[in-house]
Design a binder for this molecule. Structure first.
Ligand code: ZN
Length: 194
């Protein structure tokens, strides 16, 4: 997993970003490739505790949720509404897993958060759903984006004032995509000249 600190999202949204980026498309690596590696990855991320072992069904839920989250983030990149299929998939995959409201006091104020009611993968799904919920309320959700380089699609947090960042890194993917478009245009001109 790349660990560019400039990609990091604030608060619990960072767990969502890191979860989706368990599929590193550019480098062809998938930490959720099988039950064993997925368990190890989620434990290392602090999302999954010890308990019921992950099943093949659990893994398919996680992978489907990851696809839905990436599609919604890709819509954020384009400043568009998320596709209905992705929203429906998110709702269907997260609905079975309960959350409860938790209040905490400190620093003279009350903080409220949603806490998973389950252990295991159900709790992971619920925690990710809670993080998305919080980000939507905080207005940070639309800054979570998927890199517009189709070979990359890395999730990053857009901290730009204009909220118009499209690539995980301008020096990397941004310049790669621009160079490719330039080459394509030159090729087009060369073909027109024939
Ligand atoms: Zn990228």
């Amino acid at each position: 997993m790349k660990n560019d600190p400039s990609n990091a999202a604030p608060g619990s949204l960072e767990a969502v970003r890191r979860f989706v980026d368990t599929h590193d498309i550019y480098n062809g690596r998938d930490a959720l490739a099988d039950v064993e590696s997925a368990t190890a990855c989620l434990v290392a991320e602090g999302l999954l505790g010890k308990g019921r072992p992950m099943t093949a069904h659990d893994l398919s839920v996680l992978r489907d949720l990851r696809v839905a989250l990436r599609e919604m983030a890709a819509a954020n990149t384009m400043g568009e509404q998320p596709p209905h299929e992705a929203v429906d998939a998110f709702n269907d995959l997260t609905a079975p897993h309960a959350l409860s409201v938790r209040l905490d006091t400190g620093h003279g104020s009350v903080a409220a958060s949603l806490q998973p009611r389950e252990d295991g993968v159900g709790g992971v799904v619920a925690a990710l759903a809670a993080a998305v919920h919080e980000a939507v309320l905080m207005g940070t959700w639309t800054r979570l984006k998927s890199c517009d380089n189709p070979e990359c699609r890395w999730l990053f947090y857009d901290e730009s004032r204009s909220r118009t960042a499209r690539w995980c890194s301008m020096r990397g993917c941004g310049s790669m995509v621009k160079a490719r478009r330039y080459r394509d245009r030159q090729r087009g001109r060369a073909a027109d000249a024939l």
